[in-house]
Design a protein around this ligand. Sequence first.
Ligand code: NAG
Ligand code: NAG
Ligand code: NAG
Length: 214
Amino acid sequence: MGRLCFSFMIGSNLVFLLFTHSFAVDNISPSRSIRHGTTLVSRGGSFELGFFSPGSSKNRYLGIWYKNIPVRTVVWVANRCNPINDSSGILMINSTGHLVLLGQNKSVVWWISSAKHAPSATVELLDSGNLVLRDAGTYLWQSFDYPSDTFLPGMKMGWDLRTGIQRSLSAWKNSEDPCPEDFTYGIEMELDTYPEAYVLKGTAKYYRTGHGMA
Ligand SMILES: *[C@@H]1O[C@H](CO)[C@@H](O)[C@H](O)[C@H]1NC(C)=O
Ligand SMILES: *[C@@H]1O[C@H](CO)[C@@H](O)[C@H](O)[C@H]1NC(C)=O
Ligand SMILES: *[C@@H]1O[C@H](CO)[C@@H](O)[C@H](O)[C@H]1NC(C)=O
């Protein structure tokens, strides 16, 4: 129904603007940013990205959560240990093609350093919950390579031999602080052994599969 009204009213610029606001946006580009109070919704409507405050905390974080679960369930957090303390947060692509999260006084609280100069990069929230930065079809970065505490279908764990990225899960410090403290979960691949799952408490190996408790 919304689409029908839309096509009737497309002649008026004012109405066009009002309508584009009420349609879900699944990507950001150099000319479109996400501010406090606005969100990205994946095309199929499964996931949403925006700013949130966990529990009774006043701190603001940029995160991804399930769109259709009434109790907000956050699956990924960008600025885990570097919260924003007011509503100044903006996620944008700056003029050199870097995805940056700006906080108080336009300070950079989180960013993606992709080596390539990518002035035409766009960011898209996929329906798998993966936030991807891409330029002309090439993925420059994806949140699935940097999981928080949640493993989603389609993620891989452990070393990526091609990119050298090691992916692991780490628990929030507590329900109001997504900064990791103690536990990390990952998969270790040594060339001469089988892959091995582990849990780290701090840097001490706490549990590994196959070898029982360490
Ligand atoms: C937020 O943090 C900035 C510096 O990081 C500080 O100057 C400011 O007073 C803080 N604002 C609030 C409301 O706590
Ligand atoms: C874009 O952000 C990156 C990462 O913070 C920074 O190194 C770069 O200088 C920024 N570019 C501009 C034009 O501010
Ligand atoms: C905000 O940024 C301006 C310009 O960089 C600086 O002069 C000012 O001291 C900053 N304010 C705070 C509270 O950090």
